[in-house]
Design a binder for this molecule. Structure first.
Ligand code: GUN
Length: 290
């Protein structure tokens, strides 16, 4: 098994961004700035948001956080987005998902100005990405492509199976892999695909993003394949100080004696999601300054 850790590649992205930011500010621009909106107290969301804040701080980006209880009225969130869209001291807006069920997620995302939508989730950016236009690329799929590139994994003419069809990972991932220059042959499966193994066993690259531990194990994968594990699942574990451990969607230990390359959890794609968000925020600042 070859471990495709993402610490080195994410640090390379961040150190290049730090240099670009210093140069950008030397030219008289203010620091890139990100507004993060968090609703409720989902522990995983709170962790992600604090990692995003730390990354901003390390790069010298400005960071504004807006936190609400889960009973916040939808209208208050919409007013906040309107205000953030108008503010000239904010380049990027991120609404941490999922939102409570009482709030129409689509309505909130659609309200974010496309030029500040650093997640790339708004219909304008998603549509531009689908048609090959200039858009913000969703951070996790963008980070996966960067990881494949870093490790020299060829995509042209390769069979790629994406397991999961979320708007955050699966769908944008499939669209990006199809694009000219990347040129993969893409199959999209989901947790209701009968006999998933039938699809994955012939794949050169498998991207698993279902949010379910054990979605695949080594019996689903051929020799020489690459597995990208997007899952970040909390498993109760009384031997850990926090009372849980993190595990991906693939059964990592089953690959131990196999000729397979696989991203670990933690230390894998999660790091790329954060560094790509920083890159998108920098790009938003650069475009504003143009
Ligand atoms: N929830 C899980 N992943 C993401 C992400 O990339 N962006 C946002 N906004 N919410 C998420």
């Amino acid at each position: 098994m070859k471990r495709l850790g993402c610490k080195e590649v994410s640090e390379a992205v961040l150190s290049s961004l730090k240099e670009r930011t210093e140069l950008f500010m030397k030219k008289g621009n203010r620091a890139p700035s990100l507004a993060v909106v968090l609703v409720g107290h989902d522990p995983a969301s709170e962790t992600y948001v604090s990692k995003k804040a730390e990354a901003c701080e390390a790069l010298g980006f400005l960071h504004f956080q807006f936190s609400f209880e889960s009973d916040v009225p939808e209208s208050s969130l919409l007013s906040l987005i309107d205000e953030l869209n108008e503010r000239s001291d904010i380049d990027g807006i991120l609404v941490q998902l999922p939102l409570p069920e009482t709030i129409d997620e689509r309505k909130i995302i659609e309200r974010i100005a496309p030029e500040k939508d650093v997640d790339g989730f708004s219909p304008v950016n998603a549509g531009r990405m689908l048609t090959g236009g200039k858009s913000f690329i969703p951070c996790t799929p963008k980070g996966i492509l960067r990881t494949l590139e870093y490790y020299g994994v060829e995509t042209v003419g390769k069979k790629v199976v994406v397991i999961g069809r979320s708007n955050i990972v699966g769908k944008p991932m499939a669209v990006l892999l199809m694009q000219k220059g990347i040129d993969a042959t893409v199959t999209v499966c989901n947790t209701r695909t009968p006999d998933l193994r039938e699809y994955t066993i012939g794949a050169d690259i498998i991207i698993v993003a279902t949010g379910h531990p054990g979605t695949i194990d080594s019996s689903y994968v051929k020799d020489g394949a690459v597995v990208i594990d997007v899952g970040v699942n909390r498993i109760p574990d009384s031997t850990k100080a926090k009372g849980f451990r993190l595990t991906g969607d693939a059964d990592y230990s089953s690959f131990k004696d196999r000729d397979v390359s696989i991203t670990p959890v933690p230390g894998g794609i999660g790091l790329m999601t954060v560094s790509m968000l920083m890159e998108n925020t920098f790009e938003a600042a650069e475009r504003r300054a143009e």
